[in-house]
Design a binder for this molecule. Structure first.
Ligand code: ADP
Length: 395
């Protein structure tokens, strides 16, 4: 069975085809700069790289190009679109209406549309991708896999905000959480590695990338997560501020005259380790600058690490008992330094890292010592595979 997985952004579209017999990736590609000058499609499988440069005015055109590329006589991997059994779509926000992956019908599209209010950049793009696929392959089943779904098991005392209740009733204003597909994959994979059922484990999943979040997963279900109404809450990220006193925002709006949209832009795109260091949102650049003595780069890293530790500690207490801590994401998978800094001197709390085992990048590895009470590991996340599995199950 072959499944096409699509992750559609406002100006980009990533895709992969999985052969679900062995969960291998047959082909993957990226359409860039949709609606912007210089647009192109790049597709790879094995050593073959196929690039098509042409004007791509909209998502309909982008999806048509993908369908052509995967069926291309020379560079394609299928002869006909009939070989694709279904299409799985990554969707940012399903609000509190959709707590599981779902076959897309008009009602599901209405929910995605309703929650554009909390995902104004992603949900419209996700919808465009879905509707483009419906047009390009009529009758083919489309499945939505939501970033918010895994976190729908959080209890109200964790997802409610301390503001008047009427705003929850009126707008469904609350914590939702994101990266859910990644946190779910990490939960399932951690359990497999531990040779246990997810229900028999308490896990803290730590996804550190450009966007970062932690989840406290109790007996296989998400109890708490660090992102909120939008992905802005929680950790300090590449360009996002994470938690701050809301008065800082109103102060800046008053003093600098920022509008709500400008404030949103500042907190999402100009803050985080980029805003603090003034150098870069990429942790590799910051580590290099810090080594050369750049104090603000070091401060940004220290702040990032402190905030992570704060959440780790909080989730250990919230969960009560922790069996595993699992790292993923570009930074979590590839930076032994970050992992070592976050977990040093925690023997008292049952965490002992083996520096040799920790010296690994981008591969599955247990990095705690054999006598560490909590097992700490690195698991490269695989959201696309999770989407493909859900899609297969649903059809
Ligand atoms: P996204 O959240 O956009 O999916 P990724 O999970 O791909 O991001 O993570 C990207 C980030 O991971 C980069 O910005 C970079 O800071 C960090 N990163 C990747 N490789 C390394 C590395 N070897 N050392 C330190 N940081 C790294």
């Amino acid at each position: 069975m072959k499944i096409l997985v699509i992750n559609c952004g406002s100006s980009s579209l990533k895709y992969q085809i999985f052969d679900m017999d062995d969960e291998s990736v047959l082909v993957q590609g990226l359409v860039e700069r949709i609606g912007i000058e210089g647009s192109r499609l790049t597709q790879k499988h094995g050593d073959d790289k196929y690039v098509v440069e042409e004007e791509i005015p909209n998502h309909d055109h982008a999806v048509k190009m993908v369908f052509d590329a995967i069926q291309d006589k020379e560079h394609g991997v299928i002869e006909s679109i009939d070989e694709i059994q279904a299409i799985g779509h990554r969707v940012l926000h399903g609000g509190d209406k959709l707590s599981e992956s779902t076959i897309i019908d008009q009602k599901v599209k209405d929910v995605i549309r309703e929650f554009i209010k909390f995902g104004p950049l992603h949900n419209p793009a996700n919808l465009m991708g879905i509707e483009a696929c419906e047009k390009a392959a009529p009758g083919k089943k489309n499945i939505a896999v939501f970033d918010t779904a895994f976190h729908q098991t959080m209890p109200p005392e964790i997802y409610m905000y301390g503001i008047p209740y009427k705003f929850y009733e009126k707008y469904r204003l609350r914590k939702y959480g994101f990266h859910g597909t990644s946190h779910r994959y990490l939960t399932l994979r951690t359990a497999e590695i531990m040779e246990k059922k997810p229900e028999d484990l308490n896990i803290i999943t730590v996804h550190l990338g450009n966007g970062s979040s932690l989840s406290g997963v109790k007996e296989g279900k998400c109890l708490v997560t660090s992102m909120g109404l939008t992905p802005l809450e929680g950790l300090i990220m590449g360009t996002r501020s994470g938690d701050l006193d809301p008065s800082a925002m109103t102060f800046l709006m008053n003093e600098e005259g920022y509008t709500a949209d400008e404030m949103n832009e500042l907190l999402n795109k100009e803050s985080g380790v980029l805003g603090i260091s003034g150098i870069s949102s990429d942790f590799r650049d910051l580590e290099e600058a810090a080594k050369k003595g750049n104090e603000r780069a070091q401060l940004a890293l220290d702040m990032f690490n402190y905030r992570c530790k704060r959440f780790l500690g909080s989730y250990m207490i919230t969960l009560g008992h922790v069996d595993c801590i699992t790292f993923a994401g570009g930074l979590g998978e590839n930076s032994p330094e970050t992992r070592a800094t976050l977990l040093e001197n925690l023997e008292e709390y049952g965490i002992k890292i083996d520096p040799e085992k920790n010296n690994c990048r981008g591969k599955e590895q247990i990095i705690s010592t054999d006598d560490s009470r909590i097992t700490v590991m690195v698991v490269p996340t695989n959201e696309e595979l999770m989407i493909a599995r859900d899609t297969m199950e649903l059809i």
